[in-house]
Structure formats: structure tokens, C-alpha cells
Design a protein around this ligand. Structure first.
Ligand SMILES: *Cc1c(COP(=O)(O)O)cnc(C)c1O
Length: 384
């Protein structure tokens, strides 16, 4: 079965008890035990709930794994995965990783004794050179946020396996529709389901998948022990969002490609980052390891003054943190997603004061282009 069908029928899509067309929201924290000697499948909802279970089985199926876990946010999912590591362990992490991931690593994990080296993971030699005797994990984000750099998942997973490291991939930007890291050799996939998977800017959620039983057991112990589970109402919303994932991504990615090409020709735009552009550094690699280029692109206007003018002039996009929604979202990484990164670190990673990130939604692409055109015209009048 192909993805479009699997997303709807890959696991139980109807209520096994009544046949209802959607998995019910089991709004219950505990479950009656009819026989003390034969406990039921569920006992307490932190440990398991049928609504959450349905979402966890579905995401595991879509990513090609065996165990799925739903968390209260993408950061809860990512932080729970980091709890697999112990004081004295060392991790290698993509240098332009999501700002919140950078923060949890440098401010919390560091205090707990987990060491981190940030590396340009588009360069396998740099990854190899960063491996120490105590390195235990390789954490990748591809394409990265917000400069859309592409790292080679198969090659890096192989390198990690040779050295006994766990490979963890943040697959938020592409989702299992376009990219399945476990099939390329990764051990764990993490998601902010707040983004494309939920898809409607109405729920905060995180997901983790593995295909390894031993890691699955460890992750379950962390999920149940640490307890940052996703509530059942939000599980239901994420499943509702997943049903249209393919249809949404098809439209948004097609529009993103059109907008990226248009921006690349605009005189005010100094640089466009979109893996779908043939001139993008990671274009060929992404075409090989993923089946699409996604709906997120970034572009650089050169300075903060023009950014400010454009953000004040645009009418359609939501000017906001976040991405991956039905509506187009325009964000300013320097002051939003990457505000927690020191300015020098930010600029070294290309996250300049002129950089904007556009997550393309489902609006008519001609309307989006017309809006960007008038906003860029407004920005071009700014004295810099
Ligand atoms: C948003 C995001 C996160 C964090 O997810 P939350 O749901 O906001 O906690 C992690 N990684 C990436 C790539 C993201 O875009």
C-alpha cells in the first residue's frame, strides 16, 4: 500500500468496539480491574490509553518502525529521548539544530553532565573527527532549520553504527510522507507533531518512533517514568491532522517550489534556501534520500530594517513562530525560533538579521505571490 492509503488504513482507523469512523477519545485516567490476577490491557493512563495507543501505532507504522510514543510537545519528545543518555556521555549534534533543542542541550543536559559537540553534519568527515571514546549518540536534523542544509542519513547512520552510536533524526520538516530515516539506518525518529503532522496550528505535540525493541523498552520506561505524555484530546487532533498529511504536503510543497523560484529572481532577495532549487547545495542528496522537498524555505533580505518593513506589509501570512500549518507562516528566526542562540553563533550558521523563514500553507499560490510582491515593494523603499 502506498502512503496515501496507509495514512488512512495502515492501522486501526475505526473504533474496534462500535465501528465509529474515528478512534474515540478515551477521557479516562484509570481503568477498572475486574480480576486482580488478570490485569487488563490498560491500568492507568500515564502508562497507556487506547486513544494514545492508536496514535502511537499509526506513527510507528508510517515511519516504518515498531514502537511509537506520543509526548506533550516536540521538546518533551526530544528531551525524553535525551534521557537515554547518562552523565559523561558525549553527543554529536547538527549545528543548526532547532533553537529549543540547542537550549535543552546547552542549558539542561550540560548541567546533568551530558557533553555536546555541534558539528556541520553535511560534512561526514567533520562528524567522524568529532567522535570521542565516550560519544554515544548522533543527533541530526535534515533539512535543517532555518537554512535547510541537507545531511546524508544513510552514510551518517552507517558511520554511527560502526562506532556504536545511536542515530536520532528530527524528521519534523519532511514527515514520514517524504522521508523515513529508519529505513535509511537511523535508530530513532523524533517529531514536533505541532507542525506538519498536526498541521492546523491548533495542537502542541511530539512523537518518537523506533524499530529496535530494546530501545523501544527503554523509551517506554522513560515515557511512563518521566510522564510527559500527550493528552487524549490532543492525540485525537493529531490523528485527525494525519489523515490529510499527504494532501496538505502535496499542495504546500508545490507552492513552496513556485515561491522559491520566484524569490530567487527578485532583486531585493540576496539568497534563497530551498532544497528543491537545483542550485541548492543539498538538492541532489535530498532528491536521493527523500521523496519531496517540503514546504519550508528561507530567504535573506540583507538587513533587519527590510525584514521589519516586509513583516509590517504582508497581509496573508501569519507572522509567527512555528511552521507546517494550513495557513502560511512567516517567521523571523533571529528573534523567534533562534532567539536563545548567542548572536555570534547564529550568524555563523547563516541565521542573519536579514533571514526570514516561510512555511507555505494551502492558500492560492498566486495570492501568496501577489502579497509577497507588494510587501517586498514596501521593503525596497527602506533606507539602509
Ligand atoms: C518546533 C520544532 C521542535 C519543537 O517542537 P515543539 O512541539 O514546539 O515542542 C523541534 N524540532 C523542530 C525541527 C521544530 O520545528
Amino acid at each position: 500500500m502506498n502512503f496515501a492509503t496507509r495514512v488512512l488504513h495502515g492501522t486501526s482507523s475505526t473504533d474496534p468496539v462500535t465501528g465509529a469512523s474515528s478512534i474515540p477519545i478515551y477521557q479516562a485516567s484509570t481503568f477498572h480491574q475486574a480480576d486482580l490476577n488478570q490485569p487488563g490491557e490498560y491500568d492507568y493512563a500515564r502508562s497507556g490509553n487506547p486513544t494514545r495507543r492508536a496514535l502511537e501505532e499509526l506513527i510507528a507504522h508510517l515511519e516504518g518502525g515498531t514502537r511509537g510514543f506520543a509526548f506533550a510537545s516536540g521538546m518533551a519528545a526530544i528531551s525524553s529521548v535525551f534521557l537515554l543518555f547518562s552523565s559523561g556521555d558525549h553527543l554529536i549534534v547538527s549545528e543548526d539544530v532547532y533553537g529549543g533543542t540547542y537550549r535543552v542541550l546547552t542549558e539542561i543536559l550540560a548541567r546533568l553532565g551530558v557533553q555536546v559537540t555541534f558539528v556541520d553534519t553535511t560534512d561526514p568527515e567533520a562528524v567522524r573527527a568529532a567522535i570521542r571514546p565516550n560519544t554515544r549518540g548522533l543527533y541530526l536534523e535534515t533539512p535543517s532549520n532555518p537554512t535547510l542544509k541537507v545531511s546524508d542519513l544513510a552514510l551518517l547512520s552507517r558511520l554511527a553504527k560502526e562506532r556504536g552510536l545511536l542515530t536520532i533524526v528530527d524528521n519534523t520538516f519532511l514527515t514520514p510522507y517524504y522521508q523515513r530515516p529508519l529505513e535509511l539506518g537511523a535508530d530513532i525518529v523524533v517529531h514536533s507533531a505541532t507542525k506538519f503532522i498536526g498541521g492546523h496550528s491548533d495542537v502542541v505535540a511530539g512523537l518518537v518512533v523506533t524499530g529496535d525493541e530494546r530501545i523501544g523498552k527503554q523509551l517506554y520506561a522513560i515515557q511512563n517514568g518521566f510522564g510527559s505524555i500527550l493528552g487524549v484530546q490532543d492525540c485525537w487532533l493529531v490523528m485527525r491532522g494525519l489523515k490529510t498529511l499527504k494532501a496538505r504536503l502535496d499542495v504546500s510543497s508545490q507552492s513552496a517550489a513556485v515561491i522559491a523560484r520566484w524569490l530567487a529572481r527578485h532583486p531585493l532577495v540576496e539568497r534563497v534556501y530551498y532544497p528543491g532549487l537545483p542550485e541548492h547545495q543539498g538538492h541532489a542528496l535530498q532528491a536521493r534520500q527523500a521523496s519531496g522537498f517540503g514546504a519550508v524555505l528561507s530567504f535573506d533580505l540583507g538587513c533587519r530594517e527590510r525584514v521589519k518593513a516586509l513583516l509590517e506589509a504582508v497581509r496573508l501570512p501569519l507572522v509567527a513562530v512555528s511552521l507546517g500549518a494550513v495557513e502560511t507562516i512567516l517567521s523571523y528566526p533571529a528573534q523567534m525560533s533562534h532567539a536563545s542562540m548567542p548572536p555570534a553563533e547564529r550568524c555563523r550558521r547563516g541565521i542573519t538579521d536579514g533571514l526570514l523563514r516561510l512555511s507555505v500553507g494551502l492558500e492560492d499560490v498566486d495570492d501568496l505571490l501577489a502579497d509577497l510582491e507588494q510587501a517586498l515593494a514596501a521593503a525596497s523603499g527602506v533606507k539602509v
